[in-house]
Design a protein around this ligand. Structure first.
Ligand SMILES: [Zn+2]
Length: 148
């Protein structure tokens, strides 16, 4: 028996080797999107045939469609309610400039002072010290305490 020729998939247009038991009416290759297209086509044909033939099926489909759309609307409404109100626009970030030597020195000193090499931790400590310096120059710390 001579080998069967390859067929061309009517969905993706690629050549494929048909199933040997289904060669005479196989139109789609085995790719998932092609079998999904085939099944979609069968389902649409089946639904159209039922819609034309059976009034009860028509009524069932109408009810099913209404319920599905109601569920979709309810989901959309819930998602809209869940969504937080839009956040206020954040201030524009300042352009990154190369750090000055004094800033780098300060980072190094603070890193050694707190005994950490974690840049976030050093940055937080630096901000704390800067805040402390700001308060000192603005009129002194509260009650002259040494904490903070
Ligand atoms: Zn295909």
């Amino acid at each position: 028996m001579p080998p069967r020729p390859n067929l061309v998939c009517c969905h993706c247009g690629r050549s494929f080797k048909p199933d040997r038991f289904n060669h005479h009416h196989q139109k789609y290759c085995g790719l998932p999107e092609c079998t999904a297209a085939r099944n979609r086509g069968y389902r649409q044909q089946n639904t159209q045939r039922h819609l034309a033939d059976a009034p009860s099926f028509r009524e069932q489909e109408r009810i099913r469609c209404c319920e599905a759309m109601r569920a979709v609307r309810a989901r959309r409404k819930a998602a809209t309610a869940r969504a937080a109100p839009p956040a206020p626009p954040s201030p524009p970030e300042e352009p990154a400039e190369p750090l000055a030597m004094s800033t780098l020195t300060m980072f190094g000193v603070i890193s050694q002072l707190i005994g950490s090499t974690d840049s976030d931790e050093v940055r937080r400590a630096t901000m704390g010290y800067a805040d402390r310096g700001r308060r000192l120059t603005a009129g002194g710390l509260d009650g002259g305490t040494r904490s903070g």
